[in-house]
Structures are given as C-alpha cells and as structure tokens.
Design a protein around this ligand. Structure first.
Ligand code: ADP
Ligand code: MG
Length: 735
C-alpha cells in the first residue's frame, strides 16, 4: 500500500480507496472473483469476517471420539480416493489421521476439494463400521498455514467465488498486517460508555482471536459500526430535510376535521386520537412532515388518513392519496368517498351507483354550489380510470380530472403512483398520503417533492403491514413514526385453521361456507397464485369460480380479479358490499383495502404459496365487524418454510409478531432484496438478531447529529459515511 501514512493509522474510509490487488496473494484473477462478490477494496476484505470459529479445545482425539453425536476432529489427510460409483455420482473417500487413530471420511459431492497432506477439520457424526471409524459427509475445513492461527480459536472464513477459506484467511492476514493500526472514529467517551473495543482491536480480533470472547467483542463493535453508519446517514438526511424544507403551516382548527369526527358512527380509539394529534402537530409546524403511519390490519388507518387529508383541505390545500395498485386506488376512492358522504361532507351516493349514462346524481338543488355545506370534491385518477364525486359516473375523463387537479377544482385526488409520474400539476398540494402496503420501499416517495415548486407538501406514509420496530428504524429511519396499536373495540379474534386439501376436509370447509351464508354472512375464497403470472391467475380464479358455482348452486357467487375492467370491478365490489353476493371468489386483488364488515369467513386455497405478511393481510379482510370470524388455510405444504408460515398464522393474530417471524424465516436479504438501500450495507449485522445494538446505534447517531449537525467535530465519521455508503448518496440525500 503506497498511501501516505496517517499519524493515527489508516481509516476505513481510506482503505476503501485501496484496491484489493494491493494485498499480497491477490492477483488479477482472484481480484476478479472477489470483485464479483462485492469485495473490491482492502476495507471490504477486512470486513469479510469469519463465518464461524473452531475451538481447538473442543476437538476430539480420534481415539476418544464419541460415536453418533456431532463432533469435530482434526488431522492430516493421508490419502484421497475419487471414484465414480454410478452415472453422475462420484464418491470421494479420504483417510485422515491425528496420531491417535484413523478415520475414513466419505462424500458424494464431486466438487469437494481435499488434498493429500493438508490439515483438515471434520465436523459431523462419527460411527464405527466393520471395526473402522468413519464419517459420512462431514463438513470439512482446511486449516491452511498453521502459523497464522496462534490462539485456541481458529477462524473459518467463507470461500469467495472459489477462493478457498484458508486462502481468504491468508489474504486478510496480509491486508491486516499492512493496514494496522486502523483509525478509531468514535469519541473515546462514547466507546467506553457503550463498552466497545477499539476498531483496530475489533478488526484484528474478529479475524484472529485469542479466545471466543475476543472474537465476540470484536464482532459486536463491527455490528455497532454498521448500524451507526447507517443511522448517522439517516440522521443527516433527516436534518437535511428539516433544514431545507419549506413546509405548509396547516391549520388544525378548521371545521372539516371536527365535523368529520363528530359524524363518525363510532368513537375514535385512543390510538387513533393520539395519532391524528401527532400528524396534525407536524402539519401545523413550519417544516414538512415525514411521518410513517403503521398499524395492525383493521386498526382504522383510513379514518386517520382522512382526518389528515381534511386538515390540509380545510387549510386551503389539496390532498392526494397514492396507492400501489389500481384496484386499491379505486377501493380507497370509494371508501373515502363514502366516509365523506356519510359525514355530510360530500353528496350522498347511491350504492351501487347508477350505470354510466343515466341521469345525473345531482338534480337541480343538490349541487354543491347551491348548498352552503362544506363539500369536498374528490377525484380518482389511475392509468385506466377516472372519476369524481361531483360529476355523474362515467362523465369525467382523465383529461378533465388532470385539468381539475391543476386548476384547483379538485380538493382530494386518489390514484396510483402514476399520479406523481405523469407530468401532472397540482394547484396547491398540501399533503400526500402514500399507501405503501407491504412493499418496504423508499424509492417512490422521492418524486413527490417536484410536484410543488415553491414549498414542500407534507408526507404521510401508510403501511398496512406492521413492520418490526427495528426494521422501521433502518428502512424508515428518517421518518417519524405513529403506531396504531389498538384495535377498535368489540372485535373478536379471528380463528385460523389449517386444513389439508383432501376431499373430506374440503367438504367440511364447504359446510362452513354454507352455514355462514345461511346465517346472512359473507365469504371470501382466495385462489392460489399461479407462477407469478396475472394471466394464469385469472384463468385459475375463473375456473375455480365455475367449479364453486356447482358446489354451491344455492348461493350467489361473484368473481373478481385484476384484469376485469374497472367498471366491472366496481360493480362486483358494490354488490358484495351491498350483500348481493354471498361468496366472492377472488385473486389477491382483495388483499388490501377491502372493508366489508359482514364478511366472516376467509378461505385461502394453496395457502402455503403465499408469504406470511400477505396471508395476514388477506385474513384481515374478515373480522372487521361484530360477528366472530374464521380463516381457513387450505394447503398441503411441501417445504419446511411453507409449514412454518401456516403454523405461525394459526398461532398468532399479531401482525408485528408475524412480521418478525417472517423476517426470521426468510432472512433480511430476501425480505428486502439486495437492492434495498440501507439493508444491503449490513454485511455483519442482522436487524433481528442484533436489534439491541441497532437501538443503541440509532440513539447515539441521532444524538451526535443533533449536537453537531454538520459533523464538524466528527470529520472521520462524515468521511466514513461518505466512503462506505457513498453509492447510496442519491438515496440518502434525494428526497
Ligand atoms: P386498516 O387499518 O386495516 O386500514 P380500516 O381503516 O379499513 O383499517 O378500518 C377497519 C374497520 O374498522 C372499518 O370497518 C372501519 O369503519 C372500522 N373502524 C375504524 N375505526 C373505528 C373505531 N374507532 N371504532 C369502530 N370501528 C372503527
Ligand atoms: Mg385500509
């Protein structure tokens, strides 16, 4: 490494700029392999921590090894034999001795690499066969150069792109030797208060520990560092938003919100009241709001969102609601329209509405203008549908709606994300509500800002899926969070059952469907996902609908899926809402936003093919009224994960708990995908396992940025955030 030597060592930020090829033992070929796995710099190499450790004191002598239990043994490979035993199958046999005895190990993995004369460690079960000690398919690790490993603890690095673990260890050892001492970035008081070892110690001890305790302490420090970097970045982003934003100072005292709440047929829950207060407090303030509203399915987020929207409207601004799908946008439009009508803030509606082309809903004398009651003008805009609550059905075109949003005729618009991407201009957007459902995404929220030129509208993000607190701290770490942690009173918990798909159990499910329908209740039947294909999904839902019509000739069945024309979807939903359909056969379009309190039974077919949060959302479509509700998951799971998900659903109604379970089953990488900003930077840390460290790191990071907003006194930390999260800068500073 040729860089100038810093008086106090080399910083990780500096080592990020030194290519891995500078390290002895890494040629261009290895560098290419490393690069493919994201290891480009010396810093990356140093942060490639061992995947586990072997404790020498735990290694058995072959002569004394207990049989039939998991053990670790070590020794020298005396001979290796590779033999093809059948077409495509290779058996590798190796004889290993440690001086006390001999063991024969065998594998059926043709790619296994084991060389005569090398020192290896085998982990697995030993047994005796015809008097000889043998191990079948044990895990095998190679010691490599023994001199590198002085303590009783031996690090096992993972192989990278075909570079074997002990070679990784050698390269890291070389890199470490030339990088130390590695600069500290944390103030000493902070480090001592949190009982963290120095970074130099941490990196050295994680790779080459004297003891397991040293390795653990080192790892804890590196986990803290990963979270801390991310949280500092989020704190800076939040700071930046606050400083840069020119928010709207809304008024919480207008009459719309008060009238709306007074007209509701129920009392708000304490959580709803508190949450509306938090939102209004932000909206009234000078800075733009960035708030996340999360809550359990059925906790009543819609009412809270409407109160926020009315706060903007009564202050003279427009509100917008953005939903992730067209169906959901339409549902939100209808739902909010009805809520407003119910509160007398919009004209009363026929339900279902008159078909397009028939007489106007607004006969003379009932137009909003002729009426001095406050009247909220609503519009729907998606890429295929448009409508309003002040023109007859079918009368408003998309162009009309776009014009009315631009000239201020419309107070409240509901649409898909297309709303923000179509060169659409708002007259005076004051609040955008983004319904993200369970896509934990941060990307879509950015472009909103461009919609208002001279000021920043307030932003409320709603998620229907409860997000474990630790997750919202990383993904939404720059947002303020409101949680609806209380369900409206009178709900009876949904009973969930898992049944196999055999004829006998299906007949019992059908009986249940009939008994609910006979009692005047309604039923959802959700058809399986088909290979992620909307088209096939529609085919299967249609076939299932036809089949069930024969199973239930006496009942009224309906069918809804994403490819029906909007008008048709509307009609089906209206009929279901109005009780004219007993059993609604549906695809996952009904997953969110559907609110029919009279529906008491949810049947999910092939339930093991759905994700846990999806199942929880689906189940949330029932149990919304006074009647007890049931969810039946029909499935013959073929994977352990599928079984775990079903068991979790049967065991729990708690969305937060299920979300954590989901994370545990799938792992953070799959939940967010590798491209999710923030999470992909967590290489050592795990948001669930290391939740406690995350909470600490967040607290410290936000405190540091609050006290030193430009990190003037913490230049090294600023440099590190820049160097290690640099690619994400756009994400960090865009919004
Ligand atoms: P979600 O949080 O899942 O979006 P919704 O906003 O759709 O929940 O509300 C679920 C159901 O609860 C709706 O039928 C709604 O009318 C009802 N609801 C909301 N708030 C209350 C309340 N405070 N008391 C009684 N029912 C309520
Ligand atoms: Mg909802």
């Amino acid at each position: 490494m040729s860089g100038a030597q810093h008086p106090t060592g080399r910083s990780l930020a500096f080592l990020t700029g030194i290519p891995a090829t500078e390290v002895k033992g890494i040629g261009p070929k290895s560098a290419k392999k490393l690069g493919d796995s994201g290891i480009n710099s010396v810093a990356d190499l140093l942060l490639h921590v061992p995947r586990r450790y072997l404790d020498r004191s735990q290694i058995f002598d072959l002569a004394a090894v207990p049989l039939g239990e998991e053990v670790t043994v070590g020794g020298t490979v005396r001979s290796v034999d590779r033999r093809r035993i059948s077409r495509g199958r290779t058996m590798i046999t190796a004889v290993i001795t440690d001086g006390t005895s001999v063991v024969t190990a065998m594998w059926f993995n043709p790619y296994l690499r084991i060389e005569e004369g090398s020192e290896v460690v085998l982990s697995g079960k030993a047994e005796r066969f015809r008097g000889k000690l043998q191990m079948k398919s044990p895990d095998v690790d190679t010691w490599g150069e023994d001199s590198l490993v002085t303590g009783r603890v031996v690090p096992i690095h993972s192989a990278v792109g075909g570079i074997r673990p002990f070679r990784m260890r050698d390269a890291i050892s070389n890199a470490l030797r030339r990088s130390r001492p590695i600069t500290e970035i944390l103030p000493v008081q902070l480090r001592e208060r949190l009982n963290l070892v120095t970074r130099d110690e941490a990196i050295a001890n994680v790779h080459f520990p004297e003891s397991k305790e040293d390795a653990d302490a080192g790892r804890r420090r590196l986990i803290f560092d990963e979270f801390f970097r991310l949280e500092v970045a989020l704190a800076l982003r939040k700071q930046h938003q606050i400083e840069e934003s020119h928010g709207v100072e809304h008024s919480a005292d207008g009459h719309l919100v008060a009238e709306f709440i007074a007209a509701l047929p129920y009392e708000l829950t304490g959580a709803q009241r508190r949450t509306i207060g938090e939102i209004q407090h932000d909206m009234v303030g000078r800075h733009a709001m960035h708030r996340l509203l999360q809550g359990e399915v059925g906790s009543g987020k819609t009412v809270v969102a409407v109160a926020a929207l009315l706060t903007a409207i009564q202050s003279g601004y427009q509100g917008a609601v953005m939903a992730p799908t067209e169906v959901l946008a339409e549902q939100h439009f209808l739902g909010i329209r009805d809520l407003l009508a119910g509160a007398g803030l919009a004209p009363p509606l026929e339900d279902p509405p008159a078909p397009a082309g028939t007489e106007s809903l607004f006969s003379a004398g009932s137009t909003p203008e002729s009426n001095d009651r406050p009247f909220v003008r609503m519009a729907l805009l998606t890429s295929s549908n448009a409508g309003t609550n002040f023109t007859p059905p079918g009368a408003a075109s998309r162009d009309d709606v776009v014009t009315w949003i631009g000239d201020g005729t419309v107070d409240l618009v509901v649409g898909t994300h297309a709303l923000i991407q179509e060169g659409l201009h708002f007259d005076r957007l004051g609040l955008a509500v983004v319904d993200e459902q369970h896509r934990f995404g941060v990307y879509q929220r950015v472009s909103l800002r461009e919609k208002a030129v001279s000021y920043d509208p307030d932003l409320l993000i709603m998620t229907a899926t409860p997000i474990p607190r630790t997750l919202s701290m990383t993904l939404y770490g720059d947002l303020d969070v409101s949680i609806l942690d209380e369900l409206p009173p009178g709900r009876t918990p949904i009973k969930t059952h898992h049944v196999a798909s055999g004829a006998a159990s299906l007949e019992r499910v059908y009986e249940l469907v009939r008994s609910q329908a006979t009692a005047g209740r309604q039923v959802f039947v959700v058809c399986p996902l088909v290979d992620d294909s909307d088209k096939l999904e529609v085919v299967s839902a249609t076939a299932e609908y036809e089949r069930l019509r024969h199973v239930f000739p006496e009942l009224r069945l309906g069918l809804i899926h994403g490819q029906l024309p909007s008008a048709k979807k509307d009609r089906v939903m209206h009929e279901f809402r109005a009780g004219a359909i007993d059993v609604l056969v549906a695809t996952t379009v009904i997953e969110v936003g559907i609110d029919v309190p009279n529906a008491t039974l949810m049947v999910v077919e092939d339930a093991d093919r759905f994700g846990l949060s999806q199942l929880h959302q689906l189940r949330g479509r029932v149990g919304r009224g006074a009647h007890a509700a049931t969810c039946v998951l029909v499935a013959d799971p073929t994977t352990p994960e599928g079984e775990e998900r079903l068991a979790a659903m049967v065991a729990s109604n708690d969305g937060f708990q299920l979300a954590e379970e989901d994370l545990r089953i799938r792992g953070q990488g799959t939940v967010f995908g590798t491209r999710q900003a923030g999470v992909k930077d967590l290489k050592i840390a795990d948001i669930l396992r290391d939740a406690e460290v995350l909470v600490t790191a967040r607290r410290e990071a936000f405190a540091m940025v609050a006290a030193d907003p430009d990190l003037q006194n913490h230049r090294e930390i600023a440099a590190e955030v820049e160097a290690l999260l640099g690619e994400d800068e756009e994400w960090l500073f865009r919004s």
